[in-house]
Design a protein around this ligand. Structure first.
Ligand code: TMP
Length: 206
């Protein structure tokens, strides 16, 4: 595939929204054709699944249902958006992807990694991100920021222990796949976070 696939990951309140706009600007400055998208979501059906996943005013969602909904949304997104873009030579910048499933459903919900691996292979074939930037901050700090944004969704309403497991899972993925996953220290001020992002991207685009 001609395009490259970049993902942005991190726990709640680590500054993904601000920083994804910065990454987009950096790549577009280099005249790289780019598609910005997100998970769960990115197609009409996948965005509908996202709404169901984030809504906490409904019947409780079984963990298996949650895991399958993540991959159902992902299958749509890959088939209709991500693969066609990459095949055309467009780069794809995605706000979260399967590392989030390992962190939230694997770490947070304690679901078997073998089930996630099976679904990953089934849904994605050999599609994997080429580069992942992981925004990392202590859970307490991220949750303070998330609360300032307003009403918490179904995931944001989880307990601190859940987010601690999410963070540790992300850090473990980064430790095992250090070629692909670059940790960005999100506790720093914005210009320092952006300098770290700039450095990781420069090493990747050169
Ligand atoms: P967002 O906060 O990036 O908009 O993502 C929505 C929520 O979905 C976030 O709390 C993390 C969660 N999520 C999972 O639990 N598993 C996944 O595979 C993905 C992509 C997101």
């Amino acid at each position: 595939m001609a395009g490259r696939f970049i993902t942005l990951e991190g726990g709640e309140g680590v500054g993904k929204t601000t920083n994804i706009a910065y990454i987009q600007a950096l790549l577009e400055e280099q005249n790289i054709p780019l598609l910005l998208t997100r998970e769960p979501g990115g197609t009409t059906l996948a965005e509908n699944i996202r709404q169901l996943l984030l809504d906490k005013e409904q019947e409780s969602i079984a963990e298996q249902t949650e895991l399958l909904m993540m991959f159902a949304a992902r299958a749509q997104h890959i088939k209709h958006v991500i693969k066609p873009a990459l095949e055309q030579g467009t780069w794809v910048l995605c706000d979260r992807f399967t590392d989030a499933t390992y962190a939230y459903q694997g770490g947070g919900r304690n679901m078997a990694l073998s089930s996630i691996q099976w679904l990953e292979n089934f849904v994605q074939g050999d599609l994997r991100p080429d580069l992942t930037l992981l925004l990392d901050a202590p859970v307490q700090l991220g949750m303070q920021r998330a609360k300032q944004r307003g009403k918490l969704d179904r995931f944001e309403s989880e307990k601190m222990a859940f987010f601690e497991q999410v963070r540790q899972s992300y850090l473990s993925i980064a430790a095992h796949q250090s070629e692909r996953v670059k940790i960005i220290d999100a506790t720093q001020n914005l210009s320092s976070v952006q300098a770290q992002i700039n450095q990781a991207l420069r090493a990747f685009t050169q």
